[in-house]
Design a protein around this ligand. Structure first.
Ligand SMILES: Cc1cc2nc3c(=O)[nH]c(=O)nc-3n(C[C@H](O)[C@H](O)[C@H](O)COP(=O)(O)OP(=O)(O)OC[C@H]3O[C@@H](n4cnc5c(N)ncnc54)[C@H](O)[C@@H]3O)c2cc1C
Length: 317
């Protein structure tokens, strides 16, 4: 679904439950006094206001308010990548179920395209690649998008002459991490913690899960109950984040391509891997969650070995 619509539902639902929601207000400063804090916000007319809080849940996404203000940012261990994306009026969308599918096109080994159809007939299309990939295309955002679209047979056919809804945008070096997920009087949620990669769309899963988890723990803390933030928040969230991290690495290093495009996949293994990619990254009964890194690498190696064997058998005959 379109992101604006999703955010509006969340914000209106929170407001209907008694939350004071204010728009177009930016956090400018936070001062902690023990676990209590005073936050200075400013509206678009430049008027400042101060808000006292017993606990702050920082869900500021790429704004990364607390990590930036208190030096908690940590570089990601992923190579920097770049994305160029827009929304198209999707007049050539396939009929039936195929038209509703999210498609990931492998353009080249480390370059891929997302095609995400929305219910309103608009489709999000984005290219993700190493930054040097884009150097072969024009600087102008629209020309660049047309050039890349036309370089790929799948996207050219469907979007070659489609109308763009907004001028394509570029985001670069978006993978980022943080030194800690909580501290005295605050907790970080969603992208304010760590953002891995747009592949497999894990961002909203983590934003929802961390927000939900943090809210419950904050309530316990404010009731005066003892909360083990390390175990119940950081360790829990990192279990999910690290599982997805193995899949993102496996995607760019080629292990996942080996697995996805293997012939006659084992149906049970396929189910287990699909479950991970659907967001069940806390299901420790699934071996592809429990031993995520090793399981993926081993499976890819077995597939490679089998391929070599069948090639050598072919030459023996
Ligand atoms: C190119 C790209 C494509 C993606 N595609 C998908 C996808 O298809 N599916 C998916 O699940 N995820 C996707 N993601 C990831 C997803 O967008 C994020 O993971 C998700 O939005 C994180 O939610 P959040 O609530 O943490 O932060 P955000 O959604 O970024 O919300 C942060 C909010 O904080 C506000 N804010 C920031 N700074 C301040 C400040 N100083 N004062 C006040 N307010 C502030 C912002 O205005 C914003 O409203 C994609 C990400 C990228 C980069």
């Amino acid at each position: 679904m379109p992101r604006g619509q999703f955010d509006k539902i969340l914000s209106e639902t929170a407001a209907s439950m008694g939350v004071d929601v204010q728009h177009e207000m930016a956090v400018k400063d936070i001062k902690f006094h023990g676990t209590d804090s005073i936050t200075t916000v400013v509206n678009k007319e430049g008027v400042e206001e101060q808000i006292g809080a017993k606990f702050i849940v920082d869900a500021s996404g790429y704004g990364r308010v607390i990590p930036r203000m208190f030096g908690l940012d940590k570089p990601s261990n992923f190579d920097p990548r770049k994305t160029h994306f827009t929304h198209f009026k999707d007049l050539k969308r396939p009929e039936g179920i195929d038209g509703n599918r999210i498609t990931v096109v492998v353009h080249q080994q480390r370059t891929w395209i997302w095609i995400i159809p929305f219910s309103n007939g608009i489709t999000s299309v984005g290219f993700v690649a190493d930054p040097q990939f884009f150097k072969d295309y024009p600087e102008d955002a629209v020309e660049r998008m047309r050039g890349i679209i036309n370089s790929d047979v799948h996207t050219k056919e469907r979007f070659g002459d489609a109308e763009m809804v907004f001028e394509p945008r570029t985001i670069e070096g978006y993978a980022i991490s943080t030194k800690q997920l909580y501290g005295d009087g605050f907790v970080l949620c969603g992208n304010a913690t760590e953002f891995l990669d747009p592949v497999f769309s894990s961002g909203v899963t983590f934003a929802m899960e961390s927000g939900n988890k943090a809210a419950k723990l904050v309530i316990e803390t404010l009731k005066g109950n003892t909360v083990d933030w390390q175990k119940d928040y950081t360790d829990y969230m990192m279990q999910g984040i690290n599982t997805f991290r193995s899949y993102v690495s496996g995607w760019y290093e080629g292990d996942l391509h080996e697995i996805f495009f293997s012939e006659n996949p084992d149906p049970e293994i396929k189910k287990q891997i699909c479950s991970v990619l659907a967001g069940y990254v806390w299901d420790l009964e699934n071996p592809f969650v429990k031993k995520h890194e090793r399981a993926l690498k081993s499976l890819a190696n077995v597939i490679r070995l089998n391929k070599q064997k069948s090639v050598s058998n072919f030459f023996c005959y």
